[in-house]
Design a protein around this ligand. Structure first.
Ligand code: ADP
Ligand code: MG
Length: 239
């Protein structure tokens, strides 16, 4: 069963269709990259799945459970969806422990155990009592990953989460993050406007343009068999 399924999702702003009938399925442990130029509707799609933006129509299912259509609306915190955004910073006034525990339920001891487990997963256990400003960018990113994974989301939505990182750190952190998500069998929807990133990270690429998915498939197939001139231009301009 897919971790995430969206059917015919639509959203207009001021009479303009920004997301114009997007459908997708993501299986457990699968990374799907939503790839397309700036303004094509990627973030709006993610925000609707997260539940922070309401769709005009269409359905969203997580592990087969309907979480949103025009009648049903499960609130964001109960969708079992994790979020990692570029500007989704750690809380500066909370320690690493406080950041990872944020949003967890249970007793103090249960939360502490879960925090230690998650920090272990990202090799950050010894930083548990530190504060964000004491950590490097890469370390902060790992804590952010631990925080996003701690509630055991079924799906991780990532909106260009690596673009703020130093080039030298980026590849390592990106591979490590997606490796952990795969091990946890989380489905991943990774938004990017960079073909190189999608080629490297995706099991499947969904190429988006003007609010629609125009082509979908394995990275190699999408890259070597572009649909039309606009796709060729997108792949070559971006490089
Ligand atoms: P992307 O993430 O692919 O760059 P977005 O989903 O952020 O694209 O935006 C798609 C289009 O929708 C843009 O033209 C943007 O200006 C517009 N848009 C997004 N959110 C709103 C909003 N709340 N009100 C009006 N227009 C919006
Ligand atoms: Mg965006």
């Amino acid at each position: 069963m897919p971790r995430l399924e969206i059917r015919d999702l639509r959203r207009s702003f001021d009479g303009r269709a920004v997301v114009d009938g997007v459908s997708l399925k993501i299986m457990p442990g699968q990374v799907t990259c939503l790839l397309g130029p700036s303004g094509c509707g990627k973030s709006t799609t993610l925000r609707m799945i997260a539940g922070v933006e309401m769709q005009d129509s269409g359905e969203i299912y997580v592990d087969g459970r309907l979480i949103c259509d025009t009648v049903t609306r499960v609130p964001p915190e109960r969708r079992e969806i994790g979020l990692m955004f570029q500007d989704f910073a750690l809380f500066p006034h909370l320690s690493v422990e406080g950041n990872v525990a944020y949003g967890l339920r249970g007793s103090r001891a249960e939360k502490r155990a879960r925090v230690e487990e998650m920090l272990g997963r990202v090799h950050m256990q010894r930083f548990i009592d530190m504060y964000p400003h004491q950590l490097s960018g890469g370390e902060q990113q790992r804590v952010a990953l631990a925080r996003a994974l701690a509630p055991q989301p079924r799906i991780m939505l990532m909106d260009e989460p690596f673009s703020g990182l130093d080039n030298r750190l980026r590849d390592g952190i990106r591979d490590e993050t997606l490796g952990i998500l795969k091990e946890e069998n989380t489905g991943v929807l990774l938004v990017t406007h960079e073909p190189d990133e999608a080629m490297r990270m995706a099991d499947e690429i969904a190429l988006m343009r003007d609010g629609r998915i125009v082509q979908q498939g394995a990275p190699y197939n999408v890259y070597t068999r572009p649909l039309d001139r606009a796709s060729v231009a997108f792949f070559s301009d971006a490089n």
